[in-house]
Design a protein around this ligand. Structure first.
Ligand code: ANZ
Ligand code: ZN
Length: 820
């Protein structure tokens, strides 16, 4: 029995594809509107090491849809590049005493070779690397554009600091447990002057557009973003404070204002220091020292003993006129809302705990029928009747209460209805080397001066090895020749900004750069963005839910407002792929359960590994490598390939003269595959292809013979379907079937609707043992369906003639017996 040599066919087809370049996207076709476009995108990798099983999975999945779209006649854009700035390269450079570029570009070459061998239908002419000066020139240009538009600015404030990576982090890069997203170290706070993008200006739109993405973004991302952006409706309420500026709070419950018995300011906010009386100042200072050490997570925890200090001042409750004390505490956060709250202990548990700890008054203003919180120690938050609440007394609906309270406050000018977001501005500067330098010059006379456009890119100075050691300030500061420049405005001595940009800035716009990666005159061509955008399907990992996927959405909206594009959202559909695990657990060095992609490819070949990954589960589910069989996949591919060797009819033989039963299977398979592909059920497409292989083999063996045109038709169909997941095997089959030059250039098989019509069987309907009707029904009809069909039949209704039906016996699909 003949076997194909996996290695030999890989060697054979790689140069053919290289030469044919069948996946190059043609801008002209799309610009001219000659063909509809599809933009398929998969998250570009970091160049750390070679490709791993996770890449193999996402690329395999992604290639199914890209190749399918091409078969369906779309002009497909499917680019690839590298997110090549970042810490892994920098850390490797320090270890090996070299330049980060050495590690970066060596790994890129390794990964590029692996990707090519892996046979993904990328358009390699669009390859980009974010660490190339040709790329980051435009990252810098965009930064300056954002700054011009008031969307990039510098401010001093408490920031997240990773003590291990020795750099600040954006909020999004601090995990829920308070650790660094990159290295796992516990993140602390520091007060520093840093660069920010004004993401908050887009909070409402970023939130609202999630509704449109709800159905086409598969996975948890939409909800994660909703929570992250955190929209709360409520009011700003202003309290007079004697001898001070009035104090404004954000509250979601303005209806409980009559129960506000004290106020709390975030201890670490400037506000606290401004308000505090001279007597209380030393106590506040001590307390602030203690607070600096706690993380936000700890601070918000409800089960933590409440601490705080009285600030020695009072505010006036605007509706009761009472004087209420103002405290500082750590359970109020400096950077949420206004950094100050009105405390309503009866209806907010944290306020109640604080009131009990500090012996402050508790006044119930909503009677829910539960025990009085002042006695029970349990705050009530539900609907109830308003009491001691002046004009709200007697109302019993929270929504109505809130509405009325806002109305009253607005009428008096003491408050306004408002929406508050949890989202913060994106802290984008980093104290590390391997990133795009921030293109700003600081001049003692002119202040912040943007680097003139014709001087971009601001290239990184040559630093290597020990020069890069993190030390809390940017390593760029040590490159004095680079740092010291003359001010572009006044010509006086000035200094470059020494921070680099978060690498998430690079990846926020790479999908625009793919459109014209070699354009030396602009970041991207707006005409091409109009023609190709937005991305029709983006595939990647959920770990980017509130990082890359949020930042890329923000960038897109800004670029739209800058007039560079005309779409609002970058990714029309999003699919997050599951993970490849082993023996039920995440692969890790410490567990020693890692599966090496290279070894798998050596052992089973590219096609078998790809087929295994696609066949194992729906794309969004995890794949346990312990449960799958790449050897089984390899065997199946051999079976499919043998069909092509057995086919004895010539190309072009009219299939209409072939075996109808096999033709029906073939056409049904193509028809269903298209539907399954549109809904990303790729694993089922593989299963159907396997069934078609079996049916074809059976047809050959049981009478049709290899010369039947239906056998050729079925085998050609197998080759086309298989090319979505196993391109090498498919090419071999296609060639054996007498076609040239590549199956990638084949057309999707045309389905003959006549062949989709189901075979039917005849069901007999008897009444009192007498045949009254014959029905043509599907062989798969259920008993209930058949009964309903029979009783609705005109002849049957007539025969029953209004008599009561006593019993119906159904033997699907052949017989219905009615007793009246
Ligand atoms: C009075 C009140 C009464 C409140 C009540 C709640 C219940 P979300 O929904 O998360 O937006 N708050 C406001 N700013 C805060 C800060 N900087 N740190 C900690 N807590 C803060 O929460 C809004 C509520 O959280 C606000 O409404 C405020 O407490 C508190 F029965 O005001 B509320
Ligand atoms: Zn100057």
């Amino acid at each position: 029995e003949v076997h194909f040599d996996v290695r030999a066919i890989e060697e054979k087809w790689l140069p053919v594809w290289e030469k044919l370049d069948p996946f190059r996207a043609d801008d002209a076709v799309v610009l001219a509107g000659e063909r509809e476009k599809r933009y398929a995108l998969t998250m570009f990798p970091y160049p750390s090491g070679d490709l791993h099983m996770g890449h193999a999975e996402v690329f395999a999945i992604h290639d199914v849809i890209s190749r399918y779209w091409r078969f369906r006649g779309y002009e497909v854009l499917n680019p690839m590049g590298w997110d090549s700035f970042g810490l892994p390269a920098e850390n490797a450079a320090i270890r090996n005493d070299e330049h980060p570029a050495t590690y970066t570009y060596a790994n890129i070459e390794t990964q590029a070779d692996s990707m090519k061998r892996y046979g993904i239908s990328f358009d390699w002419s669009r390859r980009l690397h974010t660490s190339d000066p040709e790329y980051y020139r435009w990252t810098q240009w965009l930064f300056l554009k954002f700054r011009e538009a008031g969307l990039a600015y510098r401010k001093n404030s408490p920031v997240n600091w990773c003590p291990k990576d020795q750099t600040v982090l954006a909020n999004e890069q601090v995990l829920a447990d308070g650790t660094c997203e990159r290295c796992g170290a516990e993140v602390t706070k520091r007060e520093l002057t840093q660069w920010y993008f004004r993401t908050t200006q887009y909070a409402q739109e970023l939130y609202d557009c999630l509704d449109d993405l709800q159905d086409s973004w598969i996975g948890k991302v939409v909800n994660a973003q909703r929570n992250w952006i955190g929209r709360s409706e409520g009011a700003h309420v202003t309290f007079e404070v004697e001898g001070h500026e009035p104090l404004t709070v954000f509250t979601t419950r303005p209806d409980t204002l009559w129960g506000a018995t004290f106020m709390v300011v975030a201890a670490d906010a400037k506000l606290a220091a401004e308000l505090v009386s001279d007597e209380q100042r030393p106590a506040l200072e001590d307390y602030r020292e203690q607070v600096r050490k706690a993380s936000d997570i700890d601070r918000l925890a409800t089960d933590r003993p409440k601490t705080g200090v009285f600030l020695g001042v009072h505010a006036t409750n605007p509706v009761t006129g009472e004087q209420i004390p103002v405290w500082a505490a750590d359970y109020v956060l400096a950077d949420y809302g206004t950094g100050a709250i009105m405390a309503v202990p009866a209806h907010d548990q944290r306020d109640l705990d604080f009131a009990r700890a500090m012996d402050l008054p508790v006044r119930r203003v909503v009677d829910t029928g539960e025990d009085d919180p002042a006695v029970s120690g349990v705050a009530t938050t539900g609907n109830g009747t308003y009491v001691s609440s002046g004009p709200l007394d007697g109302l019993s609906d929270k929504t109505e209460g809130i509405r009325r309270a806002i109305e009253l406050l607005e009428a008096d000018g003491r408050g306004t209805g408002t929406v508050n977001f949890r989202l913060r501005d994106w802290l984008l500067s980093r104290q590390r080397y391997w990133g795009a330098p921030i293109p700003i010059i600081h001049c003692p006379d002119c202040g912040e001066v943007p680097v003139p456009q014709d001087q971009l890119p601001v290239e990184l100075p040559e630093l290597r090895g020990a020069d890069l050691k993190p030390k809390g300030t940017s390593p760029l500061g040590a490159a004095s020749d680079w740092v010291n420049v003359s001010c572009p405005t006044c010509g006086g001595p000035a200094k470059r900004d020494t921070d680099t940009m978060d690498t998430f800035v690079d990846s926020s716009w790479y999908f625009f750069r793919y459109l014209s990666p070699n354009d030396a005159t602009q970041a991207f061509d707006p005409a091409l963005a109009k023609a190709w955008g937005p991305i029709d399907l983006y595939i990647g990992g959920d770990e980017h839910a509130v990082l890359h996927l949020l930042y890329a959405r923000f960038f897109t909206k800004v670029l739209r407002d800058l007039g560079l594009i005309d779409w609002d959202e970058p990714f029309t559909a999003y699919l997050s792929q599951g993970k490849v695990i082993n023996n039920g657990r995440k692969m890790s060095k410490s567990l020693g359960n890692g599966i090496n992609l290279g070894t798998q490819l050596e052992e089973y070949g590219v096609d078998a590994v790809r087929l295994t990954l696609v066949f194992a589960s729906p794309p969004e589910d995890n794949i346990d490598w312990a449960d799958v069989s790449p050897a089984g996949s390899a065997k199946f591919l051999q079976r499919a390939w043998r069909l092509a060797g057995d086919v004895a009819s010539a190309p072009g033989t009219d299939p209409a003269t072939g075996d109808v039963a096999l033709r029906k299977v073939t056409h049904k398979t193509v028809h269903e595959a298209a539907q399954l592909l549109e809904s990303y059920r790729f694993n089922v497409v593989v299963a159907r292809t396997m069934e078609l292989v079996n049916a074809t083999r059976k047809a050959i063996d049981s009478g049709c013979g290899p010369a039947d045109p239906a056998v050729r038709e079925a085998t050609e169909t197998v080759a086309i379907l298989l090319s979505l997941v196993a391109p090498y095997t498919a090419e071999e089959m296609w060639a054996r079937l007498g076609h040239e030059p590549s199956v990638a250039q084949a057309a999707w098989p045309t389905v003959d609707p006549a062949l989709l019509v189901e075979d039917t069987v005849t069901a007999v309907v008897q009444i009192q043992g007498k045949v009254r009707a014959r029905l043509e029904v599907s062989p798969d009809i259920t008993e209930a369906e058949l009964e309903a069909l029979a009783l609705a039949d005109e002849a049957v209704v007539k025969a029953i003639d209004g008599r009561a039906v006593r019993k119906v016996v159904v033997r699907a699909p052949k017989l219905v017996n009615v007793v009246v």
